[in-house]
Design a protein around this ligand. Structure first.
Ligand code: GAL
Length: 415
């Protein structure tokens, strides 16, 4: 073949693939070490399919910043192709009429038979899929540094709040920070929901934080929860206000602190740092919560776009998200477990295996509960109001427990 012919053939091939491939702009808030590695895997898969990945990362754990930026882009008539949207917020966005229908991919790939029904239902609006789930995070975890516990003379992981405070006293005496905390409202809220679950149990959590029942919210059990919550604060360090969650995790990794209350995206940080559960660190349910499971399912919704190549890229993204390759590699890095049923868990560590076992067991026992702090339990407006009231109480020791109870109940009433 003459050189000029080769050049033409190459040009045609390139043009051909370019016509098929599209660009996906993906909004997410995965910027910590473990998170960035995880989303990088999705980018790789999309690129292998010939698509162009346009990263739209908005820093800020928990996603509040990302949601603010998303709103302004949609209002400006310029939505991204896909955005990390989860829980009841999916329904609100769908009701605006801006989300694309993912049924063609979902039907072809048989999502209904690959997802737990409760998850599938949350991804649908009026019976049509509008979002694709990536994982299941467990929120009611407590992470611990084994060496710090040993050096402090703490034997065994505290299973109750009484045991926890006894351990925390020893840890403090030994010169370590008992609780690594990042003082941001969503992190305060994350700790709060685990305390409520541990103090009040699954039924109380359900009444107070899912049904937002005023009787539960103003009950003595809520008083006890707030007393316990405030007591936990006494074991955090003075530098905690404003700290990012992954920096708090780093304190546990680096043997500065003993515990962190955080969902298993924290495990993504341990993993990225080369740490091994059972050897370097411990994952255990937060005190009093071993029989329950607060879940947080991350998902991506796609926005209606006109361009055919962009639509094709969205379909590729949706299919990739639910594919076995992505579900495995992403969740190995992210700290979560696959949301797709019947996945092989052989490559996963003991924390993931425990999460998977407890997910099934709690689902059977009726103690599988949506995380309020991570947008799974109530509408965003109520969540935001309660989160603010919880944080105010956490930050201001002058607010009495009685007043804290009142203001949280009042915030919950705005639903
Ligand atoms: C959660 C999200 C997780 C994790 C965390 C910290 O809301 O569901 O995937 O990334 O925020 O950013």
């Amino acid at each position: 073949m003459k050189l000029s012919h080769v050049a033409t053939a190459v040009a045609l091939a390139v043009a051909g693939s370019a016509a098929m491939a599209g660009e996906v702009e993906v909004l997410h808030w995965w910027t910590s070490g473990g998170e960035a590695k995880s989303v990088g895997e999705l980018k790789k898969i999309m690129q292998t399919k010939g698509n162009t990945w346009k990263d739209f990362a908005v820093a800020g754990g928990g996603g509040d910043n990302a949601m603010t930026v998303l709103k302004s882009r949609v209002v400006a008539g310029n939505p991204p192709a896909a955005a990390q949207i989860k829980g009841p917020a999916i329904q609100e966005w769908a009701a605006e009429g801006v989300l694309a229908n993912l049924d063609p991919v979902a039907k072809a790939e048989k999502w209904d038979s690959l997802l737990p029904k409760v998850v599938a239902d949350g991804m649908k609006y009026k019976g049509n899929y509008v979002a694709a789930p990536v994982n299941v995070h467990r929120v009611n975890w407590m992470w611990a540094n084994e060496a710090v516990l040993k050096k402090s003379g703490v034997t065994g992981v505290p299973m109750t709040w009484d045991e926890f405070f006894a351990a925390a006293d020893k840890i403090k005496k030994a010169g370590f920070i008992p609780v690594a905390h990042g003082g941001q409202n969503w992190q305060d809220f994350t700790t709060f929901e685990s305390v409520v679950l541990g103090v009040g149990g699954p039924k109380f959590y359900q009444d107070a934080l899912i049904k937002l029942d005023q009787k539960a919210l103003t009950s003595p059990t809520m008083t006890k929860s707030l007393e316990t919550f405030r007591k936990v604060k006494g074991y955090t360090d003075a530098a905690s206000p404003g700290r990012d969650w992954n920096l708090a995790t780093a304190m546990v990794i680096q043997e500065k602190a003993a515990f962190q209350f955080m969902g298993d995206w924290a495990k993504g940080e341990f993993t990225a740092a080369g740490k091994v559960p059972g050897k370097d660190y411990i994952c255990a349910a937060a005190p009093g919560t071993a029989n329950a499971y607060t879940f947080n399912v991350d998902s991506f919704a796609m926005f209606k776009l006109k361009d055919a190549a962009a639509q094709k890229a969205q379909a590729d993204l949706a299919a990739a998200i639910m594919g076995t390759e992505f579900q495995e590699v992403f969740n190995l890095n992210k700290g979560s477990i696959p949301v797709r049923l019947n996945m092989d868990m052989a490559k996963f560590d003991d924390c993931a295996k425990l999460s998977s076992k407890d997910f099934v067991a709690s689902s059977k026992a009726g103690t599988l509960l949506p995380s309020i702090a991570h947008g799974m339990a109530v509408k965003p407006a109520a969540e935001g109001a309660i989160k603010d009231a919880v944080s105010q109480f956490w930050n201001d020791d002058k607010i009495s427990v009685a007043d804290g109870v009142k203001s949280i109940a009042k915030a919950a009433a705005i639903q």
